[in-house]
Design a protein around this ligand. Structure first.
Ligand SMILES: C[S@@+](CC[C@H](N)C(=O)[O-])C[C@H]1O[C@@H](n2cnc3c(N)ncnc32)[C@H](O)[C@@H]1O
Length: 230
């Protein structure tokens, strides 16, 4: 995949969504000055746009590989908590008949925490930047739609695949979306997400498969592909 085109505001935001994109210098500044100054100032003025664009593209390419076996042409995909959508752009480029619906927050917390948030108050996205980034990277408008989680006007559909990397059940409880997902999937739909409690999902689904294990993240999560609600 060619490097994604990003502007500086987009690069700042992907850095906040994927802190592993911080180089050693940025990591040191974050430790020294704390999360608030990092989110507001350091991530704005001390980033190298080319470097972030190259590394974000590489990271999204490797995420694409991790779910490639679940993808095919012409799917209806729901993406929950996509961040700025680098993975979804890679999918739409490879499968140009596939349509993606995004549900995300249109809100950036002042001080981004990366832990579990019972009340799901944290958000790290800007939906106009998400839309602009997808269009800047040559995806036609007809191939995607974006919904604001806080407006609660979610679309009705039967999705073939639901993707939520490092979002649903990584930062906040899967059950927030349980009823919606039950209504908007069928027995063939696959739901992929990262979690630290994969055994719990044997109670919710008939089929749970681990497709990736992450021992390097703070949370030691597993990426699971689930099918058929019980
Ligand atoms: C750590 S980022 C991961 C972004 C992206 N999936 C990735 O892998 O780079 C988590 C994302 O979840 C979003 N988020 C938080 N609560 C959400 C909710 N209830 N529904 C949809 N997205 C949510 C945040 O705004 C943020 O963009």
């Amino acid at each position: 995949m060619k490097n994604l085109k990003l502007d500086r505001r987009m690069a700042q935001l992907v850095l906040l969504q994927r802190i592993e994109l911080a180089n050693p210098f940025l990591t040191k500044l974050r430790k020294t000055f704390g999360r608030y100054l990092f989110s507001k100032i350091i991530s704005k003025y001390f980033i190298n746009l080319k470097e972030i664009s190259k590394n974000y593209s590489k990271l999204m390419e490797s995420e694409l590989l991790s779910i490639l076996s679940l993808l095919k042409q012409n799917q209806r995909i729901l993406s929950i908590g996509s961040g700025l959508g680098g993975l979804e752009i890679a999918i739409m480029k490879k499968f140009n008949e596939t349509k993606i619906t995004f549900i995300e927050k249109d809100y950036i917390s002042n001080k981004i925490k990366y832990g579990w948030d019972d009340e799901n108050r944290e958000g790290y996205n800007d939906l106009s930047l998400l839309k602009n980034l997808i269009i800047m990277n040559d995806i036609p408008k007809e191939q995607f739609s974006i919904f604001d989680y806080d407006k609660k006007n979610f679309p009705s559909n039967k999705y073939n695949l639901v993707i939520s990397l490092y979002s649903l059940d990584y930062h906040y409880d899967f059950n927030i979306y349980l009823e919606y997902l039950k209504k908007n999937t069928d027995e063939n739909s696959i739901i992929v997400f990262d979690t630290i409690r994969y055994e719990y999902f044997n109670k919710i689904f008939n089929y749970v498969e681990i497709i990736k294990e992450d021992q390097n993240t703070i949370h030691k999560s597993k990426r699971i592909a689930c099918k058929m609600f019980k």
